[in-house]
Ligand binder design. Structure first.
Ligand code: ADP
Ligand code: MG
Length: 691
């Protein structure tokens, strides 16, 4: 039986209903369940020492229930359960619970609890711990009853831990012989890893949890290895087949542009332009990522590349994630190219006057430079001869979306622009050998943005400074994370803040509210009015994140800064400091702050360097932060952690290259297992990358 494809609902003890619950844990097939690794282990007989717990850390321990007490204050119920290790006590408290809990526990029972250790009246406490009763009578027949170590699995609401354990037991009891190897003998030997079946058993039925990390390494490697194999295959495919256009550097338009610039290109910009020229004049299709912090001057570099295509009689296209950004490009291109005989057009979504004509002129080739939004992806948009495609803020587009425009042309050269600096290790796994150009230098005269963080008690300092700036004719951004006060959260809502600003916090300043639930047209209209200085203070949710340029804005206040990721804070901060005046960023933080939260704020205060911030972010939060749902075309790794496994990634990359060098078609006997695994799990994904 093929465990990789068989639906988990067919496993004994699962069925339709539980299969749905398992899906929430990413378990769709038998193999997914095998690779649902325990996140912790319960040592049934371990003697825990409550006295050694550390406040502020997550801990797990086994102890005995010595008292259970329910109290009621008004409508607020509370359940206090005291555990003892014979010497010290631990108080477990629930404010929300039901009979499922009270019916399950009793004095004298041995239980395992897990959660964040805090203190209450000089006593260790866990609020809403995870709890498992360890000596339930009804379990005696179960395989797990006699085990001294119990695996703890990730859970969803309605799935019980013992149900998952039973499923795991069943899958091994019934299908152990169907567990196939996924790595070649060569690789297993090279790293000294156990066969797949044995290592899986050792992970789920461990008696020595401290050894499990070593067994898991192989699974992290496996993911990284196949990822690298895929990227290497795609790259080699590109080199073999994807012949690009050979452009000539004719120096007509490009030289005109260079001579008309009112500023000197930075040496980083010059270097990147050289890199691009080299690609475009070569026979290979360019496939390059252009990274540069906000304001580093990516646009002009891209324009040079576009002009090379135009000089050679081709069309050049740039796609931006929002209308306002597209418009910004359109206006600045129009200004840069004012003296040249080049036609530029912008294509937006929806129906508007002149759209039909624009489309016709794009199709006929009358228009050489095309700026647009997602609208460019529509089927009925046809081009004459695309030679170059740039995708701005590329991470905002899905992998599939990004590939649609190039598909309309005939191997155009591709440039992906990103203001989110991506650490090298991450870039390797996502882009493989997509070449990367980095603009790591700011145009001269840029003022550093002074960043300060304020506790909630001092937030008014930020607002008085902002008010003073408005009196000097400056504009202010204020960002908060949510739009409405919800029961679940005490976040300062944008709407409430907006009202407060108009009435009490910054009276006399003209303020407007912008939020994610507005229509795009409405948002763009407000942004345009802000740009024209028709009002002073823009209060918004995070929708202003991407690339808009308002040089007169000098203060950015971020409310609840502790809730934002570093990359996002950095992007937001980049909205100010775009003019010649000194600019400020206030991070308003609310207590209690976590250690990571404090570290993030500290990093923001210390540095303006996007790459330093990106590395730190990756370290603090993992790769999820970098790629939102737009990247769902490529699932992030289940087992590998790019920060922790940096070294493993380098090995995986080397091994993948080595395997393909020696056996490009994976024909050798030893590589059959790799070929089969690859075809089964990765060939679909490869298609997404092959553009
Ligand atoms: P980003 O990399 O964020 O897209 P832009 O390309 O929008 O940055 O550039 C930001 C601003 O800096 C623009 O107004 C642009 O004209 C200007 N600029 C670009 N390069 C230079 C330079 N070498 N010297 C001075 N100003 C520059
Ligand atoms: Mg930009």
């Amino acid at each position: 039986m093929d465990l990789f494809t068989t639906d988990i609902k067919f496993l004994k003890g699962v069925g339709e209903h539980r299969a749905k619950l398992l899906q929430k844990l990413g378990v769709y097939t038998f193999n997914d369940l095998l690779e649902l690794f325990p996140r912790d282990y319960i040592l049934r007989d371990a003697k825990s020492s409550i006295g050694e717990l550390e406040i502020g850390c997550r801990s797990s321990l086994t102890a005995e229930i010595v008292s259970i007490r329910e109290t009621q204050h008004g409508r607020q119920r509370q359940l206090n359960v005291v555990l003892s290790d014979g010497e010290y006590n631990l108080l477990c408290t629930w404010f929300q619970y039901g009979t499922w809990l009270t019916d399950m526990i009793a004095r004298g029972q041995k239980v395992w609890v897990s959660g964040m250790i805090t203190t209450f009246r000089d006593q260790f406490q866990i609020v809403h711990p995870e709890l498992e009763v360890l000596d339930k009578g009804e379990d005696t027949a179960s395989f797990w009853h006699s085990r001294t170590v119990l695996p703890v699995y990730p859970l969803t609401d309605k799935l019980k831990i013992w149900q998952v354990r039973q499923m795991i037991y069943n899958i091994f009891r019934l299908y152990a012989n169907d567990i196939e190897e996924t790595l070649s003998d060569d690789i297993l030997q090279k790293f000294g890893w156990l066969p797949r079946r044995i290592s899986l058993q050792k992970i789920h039925f461990s008696t020595q949890p401290e050894q499990v990390a070593a067994y898991k390494t192989r699974y992290a490697f496996e993911e990284l290895f196949y990822n690298q194999l895929m990227l290497a295959k795609v790259r080699r495919g590109h080199e073999d087949e994807q012949k690009g256009r050979v452009f000539e550097l004719k120096k007509t338009y490009t030289t005109q542009l260079k001579n008309s610039l009112k500023f000197q290109l930075t040496s980083a910009q010059k270097r990147v332009i050289r890199e691009i020229v080299e690609d475009m004049t070569s026979g290979y299709q360019m496939n390059r990522l252009l990274q540069g912090d906000v304001g580093s001057g990516k646009t002009i570099v891209t324009l040079f590349a576009m002009l090379i295509a135009v000089e050679n009689g081709c069309q050049a296209v740039i796609m931006a994630p929002t209308e306002i950004l597209a418009e910004q490009h359109f206006l600045s291109f129009t200004a840069f190219l004012a003296e040249m005989d080049i036609r530029i057009a912008m294509l937006k979504g929806g129906n508007y006057k002149g759209k039909k004509k624009t489309k016709e002129e794009i199709k006929s080739g009358d228009i050489q430079i095309i700026v647009g939004t997602h609208a460019l992806l529509q089927k009925d948009v046809e081009f004459h001869k695309i030679g170059f495609v740039a995708v701005d803020e590329q991470h905002r587009f899905g992998v599939v979306q990004r590939s649609l425009i190039p598909a309309k042309g005939d191997n155009p050269d591709l440039l992906y622009m990103s203001a989110t600096p991506i650490p090298r290790s991450l870039a390797l796994t996502v882009y493989g050998d997509l070449t990367v150009s980095v603009i790591d230098e700011m145009p001269p005269g840029r003022k550093q943005i002074k960043t300060v963080w304020k506790g909630e008690g001092r937030r008014i300092d930020a607002y008085s400074h902002a008010t003073a700036e408005v009196r000097d004719g400056r504009q202010i951004y204020i960002v908060c994370p949510l739009i409405e006060e919800s029961e679940k959260s005490d976040l300062l809502a944008a709407e409430t803040l907006y009202e407060d600003i108009k009435t009490t916090i910054m009276p006399g300043c003209r303020a407007e509210l912008l939020h994610g639930r507005m229509k795009n047209k409405e948002k763009d209209e407000i942004m345009n009015r802000f740009k024209n200085h028709e009002f002073d203070v823009l209060v918004s949710t995070t929708v202003i994140e991407v690339g808009i340029d308002v040089p007169n804005a000098t203060v950015m206040i971020i409310e609840h800064a502790e809730r934002f990721g570093l990359a996002q804070l950095h992007q937001l901060r980049g909205r100010v400091g775009r003019g010649s005046a000194a600019s400020f960023c206030y991070l308003v933080a609310y207590y209690p702050l976590t250690k990571v939260g404090k570290e993030r704020l500290g990093t923001m205060v210390e540095t303006n360097d996007g790459f330093v911030i990106a590395e730190k972010d990756l370290e603090l939060r993992g790769p999820g932060e970098f790629f939102g749902t737009a990247q769902s075309g490529m699932d992030l790794f289940k087992h590998a952690n790019i920060v922790r496994d940096r070294q493993l990634l380098i090995h995986a990359r080397a091994v993948a290259g080595w395997v393909l060098d020696n056996d490009p078609e994976l024909d050798s006997d030893d590589n059959q297992v790799i070929k089969k695994t690859y075809e089964r799990l990765y060939s679909e994904r490869e298609k997404l990358f092959s553009f």
